[in-house]
Design a protein around this ligand. Structure first.
Ligand code: BG6
Length: 488
């Protein structure tokens, strides 16, 4: 165990949905890691709020049974876990009953920084904030963390934002997108703005295309109840993929200050060219997985998964071509792609540089464009594809990769996204959270596409589980003489 001094003063982290999936899979393991590495002050408490009528002992029993399996094996010790559990307090309350909040007030009476983490359905956010406020639990030191999905369209996102703003100032609101907490995603900013060599080339006409892929090998699992009403566009593109696109495309912010970074991301979102029906037909592909194989095992199709309504047209895959209307990116296509039950779990960003304007090696020589391959997960690496001379007496060319394995580049511990973001909330750092206008700008671009699919009565194309998505996704790129990276 690390013995650096703690990084925070006393505070309470109040988790609504304290017995929910997110809590025991992500939040408590992340807080355990922060505890283990002495990043929480000894007085910091975790107040779990749940509707189950449990005693503290019953809650601890539940957490003890369900949470440790989500903690890195070599970081778990029974002693540390026990000391961590000493921080936990349980308050059983019905979040919709204002009178119940007196129970929370009784536990949280001393004035101090309080973080309210709303890990519940967004439909409860307004009520929780209102009830917290009328119970006198919200003051200038309070912070509220809102989990995604924040709304299902622009109107519902606006409604949530407007309601929450009645009780919390924008500076107190942390809209989480856990992709912004990933080490490699944060590293993208350093790659772009901490190295002089890329910035001059990071624009049209030196970049020919950008690909952003977030592929998952898992299926919908037990989440069909939520997922079928959302689909890949709302679940992944509206937030994670657009955030990645923002970091790739934004202008250098004037500082790492939250609003400086978020102002630049907002400009990117506002520069995304709106799609009309013809664009949607041409530049987007929806898919839905059918039975196939995933990592060697036979798996069901989406329609056969538990709780998926018969005949559902929900997309489990999206590929699209986006265009950013500004001077830096004019005419550079951005291809975004995400899907469940794809061949493997792989998130990557490929920057494909423009072709050599003229080759002294002749038109028959093997030429590949230079590509910067930024792998976000599971590998964390940066590779630059370059042409070199093939050994021998001739002057043949062949591509090689100049590679940097980020995991090997430092022996410092790499914190998980939730730990990093929770520490940001605790320290009051908003840079890696979405501001209201950013979230709404993302919806403004996504919503017409969702509406367009409806208007076109667009049925998702089938793809076999374990593939890279429908053939139309390859065709989307082939049209411009480009290919997804795994097809190169
Ligand atoms: C979540 C989505 O936001 O991100 C899930 O709701 C998805 O459907 C998950 O599986 C992917 O996150 P990660 O960190 O595993 O890439």
């Amino acid at each position: 165990m690390n013995t650096t001094p703690t990084e925070t003063g006393a505070l309470d982290i109040v988790i609504f949905g304290g017995a929910g999936d997110l809590s025991f899979r992500k939040l408590l393991p992340a807080l355990y890691m922060a505890h283990l590495h002495s990043r929480l002050s000894p007085e910091t408490r975790i107040v779990a709020v749940g509707r189950q009528n449990w005693s503290r002992e019953e809650y601890l029993e539940f957490i003890d049974k369900n949470s440790p399996q989500f903690i890195e094996k070599n970081a778990f010790t029974a002693d540390d876990w026990k000391r961590f559990m000493d921080r936990l307090v349980y308050v059983s309350l019905d979040v919709t009953a204002a009178s119940d909040y007196a129970k929370l007030k009784a536990v949280c009476d001393a004035p101090m920084v309080r973080v309210f983490y709303l890990a519940t359905a967004p439909s409860l956010f307004t009520q929780i904030c209102a009830n917290l406020s009328s119970a006198g639990l919200v003051d200038a030191q309070s912070r509220v963390v809102l989990e995604k999905p924040l709304g299902t369209d622009l109107a519902s996102a606006r409604a949530i934002n407007t309601d929450v703003a009645r009780y919390f100032d924008e500076q107190q609101i942390y809209r989480i997108d856990h992709y912004l907490g990933k080490e490699t995603v944060q590293n993208l900013m350093v790659l772009r703005f901490g190295n002089a060599i890329f910035e001059p080339l990071w624009r049209a006409p030196y970049i020919k295309s950008v690909q952003i892929t977030v592929a998952e090998s898992v299926g919908v699992g037990s989440r069909a109840g939520f997922y079928d009403g959302a689909g890949a566009m709302r679940d992944m593109v509206q937030n994670h993929l657009l955030q990645l696109l923002c970091i790739v495309a934004m202008e250098p912010p004037i500082s790492l200050g939250a609003d400086d970074v978020r102002d630049e991301k907002l400009k990117v979102l506002r520069s995304l060219r709106k799609m009309d029906l013809a664009d949607i037909k041409r530049d987007t592909v929806r898919g839905q997985y059918t039975a196939g194989a995933s990592e060697g095992a036979a798996v069901k199709g989406y329609l056969e998964e538990d709780n998926v309504p018969a005949g559902s047209r929900t997309e489990t895959f999206v590929a699209l071509r986006a265009q950013i209307n500004n001077a830096r990116w004019a005419n550079v296509p951005f291809f975004l792609r995400t899907g469940k039950r794809m061949q493997k779990r792989q998130s990557e960003i490929i920057i494909e540089f423009a072709d050599q304007p003229f080759s002294i090696f002749g038109t028959t020589a093997h030429h590949e464009p230079n590509r910067l391959i930024i792998s976000l997960q599971p590998e964390e690496s940066i590779q630059l594809e370059m042409m070199v001379k093939e050994p021998g007496t001739g002057m043949s060319l062949h591509p090689v990769k100049l590679g940097l394995d980020l995991q090997q580049s430092s022996d410092k511990r790499r914190a998980e996204a939730y730990e990093r973001l929770l520490m940001d909330v605790i320290k009051g750092r908003l840079t890696h959270f979405m501001r209201r206008d950013e979230l709404e700008a993302a919806w403004m671009w996504v919503e017409p596409i969702l509406d367009g699919w409806q208007a076109l009565d667009d049925k998702p194309r089938n793809y076999s589980a374990g593939s890279w998505g429908p053939a139309a996704s390859s065709a989307l790129m082939a049209r411009e003489d480009l290919s997804w990276f795994e097809e190169v």
